[in-house]
Ligand binder design. Structure first.
Ligand SMILES: [Fe+2]
Length: 190
């Protein structure tokens, strides 16, 4: 694999990840879980920023333009939801949907971590050490995100998807991630 191919694979995967977080955000908003929704809104925005930075890095340091590869839409919202309304969601459906969403999140970030690690190793193999160092920051980001996703899943599994507990943590998460979003944009964006 040459540098451009490595970056094209990374860029495509990042775009799929951004769409993935957008769907999870919409899914949690639909379930009335605004804290979880805000968390995925943050990842959507943070990863969009990282994707922009990746393209800029490639242009500045490798002097080219990343080719857009085919993007796969990872459809995660059940089809039946499109003909339902927020108010119709019953507790059993909500609990099942929360578990499915968290399982998918952990699975996605695990795949992402492996893909970024492979890109890092591929760059080292062709002696692109500085570029590999840059990609290592993405490996660190996804590693941290994966820990949060696994801990969040463990937390809600430990209370057996108790709706009272799940609703109780929403306000706290919404405050934390609203603040992180403002920080992401230098405090000038909500
Ligand atoms: Fe992510």
């Amino acid at each position: 694999m040459n540098v451009e191919e490595i970056y094209s694979t990374l860029s495509g995967h990042m775009l799929e990840g951004i769409m993935f977080h957008e769907q999870l955000r919409n899914c949690f908003l639909f379930l009335g879980l605004n804290g979880f929704a805000k968390e995925h809104e943050y990842h959507y925005l943070e990863e969009t920023k990282n994707h922009m930075a990746l393209n800029l890095y490639f242009q500045l340091h490798h002097r080219g333009i990343i080719r857009m590869r085919e993007i796969k839409v990872n459809e995660i919202i059940p089809d039946s939801w499109y003909t339902s309304q927020k108010d119709d969601v019953d507790p059993a459906t909500r609990a099942k949907a929360i578990k499915a969403a968290f399982d998918k999140w952990v699975k996605w970030e695990t795949e992402t971590k492996h893909l970024y690690e492979k890109a890092y190793l591929d760059l080292l193999e062709i002696q692109e050490v500085a570029s590999a160092n840059y990609i290592s920051t993405l490996v660190g980001d996804v590693d941290n995100e994966l820990v949060v996703a696994m801990d969040r899943l463990l937390e809600i599994e430990n209370v057996s998807y108790d709706p009272v507990h799940t609703f109780e943590i929403q306000n706290k998460l919404e405050t934390i991630f609203s603040k992180k979003i403002r920080h992401l944009f230098g405090g000038g964006h909500t």
